[in-house]
Design a protein around this ligand. Structure first.
Ligand code: IPE
Ligand code: IPE
Ligand code: MG
Ligand code: MG
Ligand code: MG
Length: 332
């Protein structure tokens, strides 16, 4: 497998803003969201395929399972958030592609482990049998381990200035730590069958899902502008944006577990109720949870409004999330 991030094609040195060309803007000069999002997801998927390729040593079952877990679908929301934040400045596209790929590896790791029999015991993910169903439970555990390691290797091997790689590693590690996704997942499992106040669920959601979303935005911004006192206001706005956006994504996931079907979800619907998991949907009711998600997305938009046109992509991702909610959970 590859670990280096040497610019791999003729885009070396081309910025994330420059790579799309004039066709990405409509007649009004507005960036067309479908163009940059499709292009961004494709570039990150190419980076994933490259970084997880077998090279000369042949493909082991573990590597085949790692590729299965990462390369087959997914909305790529976290990678797109990273690219959108990276577009705040003229960050080299190849660097953002690899950072986005590392984030998606880590996200896939959390999904593979989340689906295990000892956790949510799910058989369907992204429209396919889950990794433990296809490859066995032991391999699925190792896929998570190896994807996590490979995400850090990808960041540590980045062709990036100064201490940027170590700062990126720190952000990603924090996001999946006991204060982040791992801690949130532990709380999630401890609440099964319990009556819980909404505040507790919100705090859990911020950890189990929100922390990686926050890191995705911060990592993109870190590639673009670095972290120092001069950018404190920018990071403050981005942190508010990503806190709202990340929580909204998990609230929407809770709602869609109730409202969407297998074809739309690529997962088995109704799993939260069947497993007696308290969620925003079960505690607030569908309509209130839906309004909560919409309010969070509005707050996310307000947080980045002062950043102006350079936050255009981040604003477009809010519109995308709104449309996704309206499509799969229409108002009753
Ligand atoms: C699913 O995330 C798990 C949550 C944290 C909500 P996504 O809904 O982003 O899953 P993919 O990557 O698109 O499959
Ligand atoms: C999982 O939340 C969050 C992770 C950290 C992976 P869910 O258990 O609700 O995610 P889905 O519904 O299985 O995708
Ligand atoms: Mg879960
Ligand atoms: Mg789950
Ligand atoms: Mg869910």
């Amino acid at each position: 497998m590859q670990t280096g991030s040497t610019p791999h094609d003729d885009r070396a040195g081309v910025s994330a803003n420059g790579i799309l060309g004039a066709q990405a803007r409509g007649a009004s000069g507005r960036l067309l969201p479908e163009i940059w999002m499709q292009d961004g997801a494709k570039r990150v998927e190419e980076a994933l395929a490259r970084l997880l390729c077998a090279e000369d040593d042949g493909e082991t079952e573990l590597m085949a399972a790692m590729r299965y877990a990462t390369l087959h679908g997914g909305k790529r929301t976290r990678a797109l958030l990273c690219l959108a934040a990276g577009a705040l400045a003229d960050t080299p596209a190849h660097m953002l592609d690899d950072v986005g790929a590392a984030i998606e590896m880590m996200h896939a790791c959390t999904l593979v482990h989340d689906d295990l029999p000892a956790m949510d015991d799910d058989v369907l993910r992204r429209g396919l049998p889950t990794v433990h169903v296809k490859f066995g439970e032991a391999t699925a555990i190792l896929v998570g381990d190896a994807l996590q390691a490979h995400a850090f290797l990808t960041l540590a091997s980045l062709n990036a200035p100064g201490d940027t790689p170590i700062a990126l590693v720190r952000e990603l590690a924090q996001a999946v730590s006991a204060e982040g996704a791992a801690g949130g997942q532990a709380i999630d499992l401890s609440l099964v069958g319990k009556h819980v106040e909404l505040d507790r669920i919100v705090a859990m959601h911020r950890m189990k899902s929100g922390a990686l979303v926050r890191a995705s935005v911060r990592m993109g911004a870190l590639c673009a502008v670095g972290v120092n006192a001069a950018h404190a206001a920018l990071y403050c706005a981005l942190d508010h944006y990503s806190a709202c956006f990340g929580l909204a994504l998990q609230v929407i996931d809770d709602i869609l577990d109730v409202t969407a079907d297998t074809a739309a979800l690529g997962k088995t619907p109704g799993k939260d109720a069947a497993a007696q998991k308290p969620t925003c949907a079960s505690i607030m009711g569908l309509q209130e949870a839906r309004q909560f998600a919409l309010d969070l997305l509005r707050d996310a938009g307000e947080a980045i409004a002062p950043l102006g046109p350079r936050a255009e992509r981040l604003a477009q991702l809010i519109q995308w999330a709104n449309a996704y909610l309206f499509k799969h959970a229409p108002r009753a």
